[in-house]
Design a protein around this ligand. Structure first.
Ligand code: SF4
Ligand code: SF4
Length: 294
């Protein structure tokens, strides 16, 4: 079972939900921090760093002795990362997505690829949680290859929780693809509702079953609940507005450890997400008819 935790905007409590869900599972679980521009799940886990692996993408290098300046490579690259003005092309490595297309279309076989580092994947073990954390290098813009590198290290047979980047852009899509269920975290405010609607459209487009966690329950109004009721979207749990939760977060401590009275809420979330596939391989959520691939 692979569960992604996402939100239409940052600051809704996505990481709080991810790390506390992982901690209360009670069985070995993988936690993948795919928010590679600012990974922070490790701040809440006390464990040992087990390793660090470099993530690189292949970028073109032109052999000027073979190039005749035909410009095919530049015409192919939709990112304008390689440009030719009738001479040997210029390469802009920071804009290259590493697709390899320019090398394939070069009629002179003048392009070979070299690896360019863009980040790392770190591994940390803390009790029942194996944390795989992507970290994009400062100044780099290609988050998606680092996210794919994190996901490629998923170990089959062990449940996983993916902490997605905020928003609905390409890195979020790269995180959600291939997951079994998405938890959308929101706040019961007009801003929260606006961003929740965008996130709902996104997961529906991806055809992944999902439910909503309402964080900071007690602020705002009823519009998020009314929207979910109208749309038939299950509300999985509600986390109350509680100053002590914010204090625990600011200290980098786990909510379920600092305030044990909240363990029950997260255990309900485990039941509704990690343990939700029934024997028939059909989603156990009452309002969902998603069928798992077997
Ligand atoms: S590898 Fe792809 S993205 Fe990079 S320069 Fe070549 S065509 Fe453009
Ligand atoms: S496609 Fe090959 S030969 Fe043509 S300009 Fe690019 S590198 Fe040179």
């Amino acid at each position: 079972m692979i569960v992604a935790v996402a939100s239409g905007k940052g600051g809704t409590g996505k990481t709080t939900v991810s790390v506390n869900l992982a901690k209360v599972c009670g069985f070995p679980v993988q936690l993948l921090d795919c928010d590679v521009e600012e990974p922070n799940a490790h701040l809440f886990l006390t464990g040992e760093l087990r390793g660090e692996e470099t993530v690189a993408i292949p970028v073109p290098q032109v052999d000027e002795s073979l190039c005749d300046g035909c410009g095919e490579c530049g015409r192919f690259c939709e990112y304008h990362a390689i440009v030719s003005f009738g001479a040997s092309p210029l390469v802009f490595p920071e804009m290259c997505h590493g697709c390899g297309g320019c090398a394939k279309v070069c009629p002179k076989s003048a392009i070979r690829e070299t690896d360019r580092r863009i980040g790392v994947v770190e591994t940390l073990e803390a009790d029942n949680v194996l944390l795989l954390q992507g970290r994009l290098d400062v100044g780099e813009a290609m988050a998606s290859p680092v996210i794919r590198a994190v996901k490629s290290r998923l170990r089959a047979g062990t449940p996983a929780i993916l902490d997605a980047p905020p928003g609905t852009s390409c890195p979020v899509i790269a995180t959600l693809r291939g997951t079994d269920f998405v938890v959308l975290v929101t706040e019961p405010t007009p801003f929260g509702l606006h961003d929740l609607k965008l996130a709902v459209d996104m997961v529906r487009e991806l055809r992944i079953p999902f439910g909503v966690v309402v964080n900071r329950m007690g602020i705002g109004d009823e519009r998020v609940h009314m929207f979910c009721a109208r749309q038939g979207i299950p509300i999985l749990i509600e986390i109350p507005e509680d100053r002590r939760i914010a204090e625990a977060y600011s200290r980098g401590t786990l909510l379920v450890d600092t305030l044990p009275e909240y363990r029950g809420i997260f255990q309900v979330l485990v039941e509704k997400t990690m343990n939700r596939q029934n024997a028939a391989g059909v989603c156990a959520m009452p309002s969902c008819d998603y069928e798992y691939e077997t």
